[in-house]
Design a protein around this ligand. Structure first.
Ligand code: FE2
Ligand code: FE2
Length: 205
């Protein structure tokens, strides 16, 4: 187990063992985890709106090169946001749920499978856009694979909002939720620091 995961695990155990656990009456149910994740879902959803719009433009425009470049910028933003989000869920949220919520294993398995299916949809879209950027692809293929990618992401966001998040609010007590949120925020900051380092590095390369 990595240092990071050990640290996260220790945070959960400490929180679980603390007096907070007996303080359910003093600490009302919180949405601190789901508020945070719903916010990320909304940001992703806005990026998906832009992607859908640009995919529509691709069909009509004469200047395909310009639209393809815009699509390339958008896919990078969406991929970065999605990957950070999925890592927060798979490495922090799901293990916490597995440890503290009974009968959730099936739902978590389904969510993990959706992530894997999404990676495949993303890969197919990226490959067809790459071909277009190299001048060899066809816009119809990009539109189709782009739409599949958008459909997957939207379906998954709705599935989590509707099925998983109520289980988070009901099943994780406030002290665990605070520890989970803190760990996710830390992970997100680390990952955006890595992205901007990468960008700086790329700019100087
Ligand atoms: Fe997810
Ligand atoms: Fe999510």
């Amino acid at each position: 187990m990595s240092d990071k995961r050990q640290k996260i695990r220790k945070t959960f155990l400490t929180a679980a063992a603390s007096d907070y656990r007996d303080g359910g009456l003093n600490f009302p149910m919180t949405r601190c985890v789901t508020d945070y994740l719903v916010q990320e879902h909304q940001e992703l959803s806005l990026l998906l709106n832009e992607l859908q719009e640009q995919l529509g433009v691709l069909r009509l425009t004469r200047d395909r090169r310009k639209t393809a470049d815009r699509l390339a910028g958008l896919r990078r933003k969406i991929a970065e946001a999605t990957h950070t989000h999925v890592v927060e869920e798979e490495q922090i949220l799901y293990p916490a749920l597995q440890e503290h919520v009974q009968g959730i294993a099936f739902t978590l398995d389904r969510m993990r499978h959706e992530h894997v299916a999404g990676e495949q949809a993303e890969k197919t879209f990226h490959q067809s856009l790459d071909r277009l950027l190299q001048g060899a692809g066809n816009p119809h293929e990009v539109m189709q694979s782009g739409r599949q990618y958008v459909i997957w992401l939207r379906h998954h966001l709705l599935d989590e909002n509707g099925r998983l998040f109520p289980m988070v609010e009901r099943g994780l007590d406030p002290s665990i939720q605070q520890a989970v949120r803190h760990a996710m925020e830390e992970m997100s900051q680390e990952s955006s620091a890595r992205v901007s380092e990468g960008q700086t590095f790329a700019a100087h390369a």
